[in-house]
Write a protein that binds this ligand. Structure first.
Ligand SMILES: N[C@@H](CCC(=O)N[C@@H](CS)C(=O)NCC(=O)O)C(=O)O
Length: 227
């Protein structure tokens, strides 16, 4: 990949940084990470550095220029990496790519519901409906989405390589598992469970998950903590 050196700027948690880390790790792309929250807070209104005042940010170096470029917005960063690291499926057909975009937007909807629950001061009252209604609704949809597209042995767009959106879903399953532990979380969803097992067995993903480098906290609140 020609855009090195690459730096991921994010909080020292999983959150929106984790799908990006997972894709970089799966691709074997070297990157460094900066968790300098102080620098972000001091400069977040510098729109040349943080176009929309938020993290994650991926700083990449276009080939031949030597001038770093700052990319923001999780979905845009993932799509950029998909293009340059070969995660757009076999055909690159617009309708095929749209399947990944559909999954990404559905993941974004689930992430919105998850984040509202986990960060809410009313969290204790929101957990039960989240677990009993929200989680089965989304996971049932993902199951049908995968089953209808014959994601039997491989991934959404390819037998061998996940789409960028599947890294988002992988992270969300890890986050949901804080509330409904695996394997029970995926037991009612055989296509999703098989996909998840295949995904976690991928060499780069497995090495990363076993590396001790995965942030201890899923989110920026104690209930998003695994320890
Ligand atoms: N739409 C943005 C949302 C980014 C976002 O919500 N960032 C949060 C952390 S996950 C943030 O930077 N919060 C600190 C702040 O807004 O000052 C994306 O997808 O990247």
């Amino acid at each position: 990949m020609d855009y090195t050196p690459i730096t991921l700027h994010y909080f020292p948690i999983c959150g929106r940084g984790e799908p990006i880390r997972l894709l970089l790790e799966d691709a074997g792309v070297p990157y460094t990470e900066s968790n300098d929250v102080g620098a972000f807070k001091a400069r977040k209104f510098d729109f040349a550095e943080y176009a929309f005042g938020q993290l994650p940010r991926l700083t990449v170096t276009p080939p031949g220029s030597g001038e770093p470029t700052h990319l923001v917005q999780q979905g845009a960063i993932l799509r950029f990496l998909a293009r340059v690291a070969g995660y757009e499926g076999v055909s690159g057909d617009a309708l095929e790519v749209a399947k990944a975009d559909m999954l990404q937007d559905a993941c974004e909807d689930l992430n919105g519901e998850y984040v509202r629950m986990v960060y809410s001061p009313q969290h204790d009252a929101l957990v039960e409906p989240f677990v009993k209604e929200t989680v089965p609704r989304y996971l049932g949809q993902f199951e049908a989405f995968f089953a209808a597209r014959a994601v039997k042995d491989g991934f959404l767009l390819s037998a061998t390589t996940p789409s960028y959106a599947e890294f988002h879903l992988l992270y969300l399953i890890q986050a949901l598992a804080l509330f409904v532990p695996l394997p029970a979380l995926l037991e009612p969803y055989p296509a999703l469970a098989a996909w998840h097992a295949r995904f976690e067995a991928r060499e780069g993903v497995r090495k990363y998950l076993e590396s001790g480098r995965v942030p201890k906290q899923k989110n920026g609140v104690p209930r998003g903590c695994e320890c």
